[in-house]
Design a binder for this molecule. Structure first.
Ligand SMILES: C[S@@+](CC[C@H](N)C(=O)[O-])C[C@H]1O[C@@H](n2cnc3c(N)ncnc32)[C@H](O)[C@@H]1O
Length: 251
């Protein structure tokens, strides 16, 4: 059971309106997808509830979706069925990926939506990136998106409560993030996420989970990518923006 097994049930309240439709989630990567043949082999290795994987399959790509959480993988299978998309979904954490797939298999590997910080520190992150790199064919690309942890850490521990109700499946919820920022970068940090659904009678149903995470500086990430044979080709890193994308190709 991972923390995300609980959140899987209510994960749509955490996805932005723009990324909920699979085609739109995939379209947010148009700039990198245009580098691929239409039948490319792609892996989403932290697939969550499957929006990106299903969106990529909708473009004719051969898609594998993996995640450490069994419940997330189940939701990906359900979404694929709902959209009639052909997605192979497998429960595997990053370090287990080489047990399931051969080296040099994929044209593109996605690790997006604030996932990599769940790898346990520099060692766990190195092992995760090593797995992703092994599965890429030479010239293949890793597409990674990340929070700008430099910004997140500068704000310190805090409570963040959504300033409007989020409506999904006809139900409204307040989304709360509690950030527990450790004094040092390399220490385990925590994010507690609560989704408080309010029904028409005023009843409140709460699902919450405390997640562990290990932040990293952008410059560390660049070194770690390089160490596993990946060369940064494009980066949108900006110290003033909340998130960034890195595209790194296998040398
Ligand atoms: C914030 S969610 C992002 C999900 C999806 N990529 C998205 O953008 O909506 C992080 C995902 O990473 C997965 N995850 C966490 N640790 C993992 C690990 N060690 N190996 C593989 N997946 C992991 C979680 O189960 C969760 O589905």
């Amino acid at each position: 059971m991972t923390g995300y097994d609980v959140l899987a049930e209510v994960y749509e309240w955490l996805i932005s309106d723009a990324k909920l439709p699979p085609a739109e989630f995939a379209a947010s990567f148009d700039d990198v997808l245009k580098l691929l043949p239409s039948n490319a082999h792609v892996l989403d290795c932290s697939c969550g509830t499957g929006q990106l994987a299903v969106g990529l399959a909708g473009r004719g790509m051969q898609v594998v979706a993996t995640d450490a959480s069994e419940a997330m993988v189940r939701r990906t299978v359900e979404l694929s069925e709902e959209f009639g998309a052909s997605v192979r979904a497998v429960r595997a954490n990053w370090e287990e990926l080489p047990d399931h797939f051969q080296d040099n298999t994929f044209d593109m590997v996605f690790c997006v939506g604030n996932s990599l910080h769940h790898a346990a520190g520099a060692t766990g992150r190195g092992a995760a990136l090593e797995s992703m790199s092994r599965l890429l064919r030479p010239g293949g690309r890793l597409v990674l998106t990340s929070r700008t942890w430099e910004l997140v850490r500068a704000r310190g521990s805090r409570l963040e409560i959504s300033d409007r109700l989020v409506r999904r499946n006809g139900r409204d919820a307040v989304v709360v993030y509690r950030w527990e920022i450790a004094p040092h970068w390399e220490k385990e940090h925590h994010i507690e996420i609560a989704i408080a659904q309010v029904d028409v009678t005023g009843l409140v149903l709460v699902r919450s989970e405390l997640l562990s995470c290990w932040p990293y500086r952008y410059e560390e990430l660049e070194v770690e990518l390089h160490r596993v044979g990946l060369q940064t080709e494009l980066s949108t890193f900006d110290l003033e923006a909340e998130n960034y994308m890195v595209v790194a190709s296998k040398v």
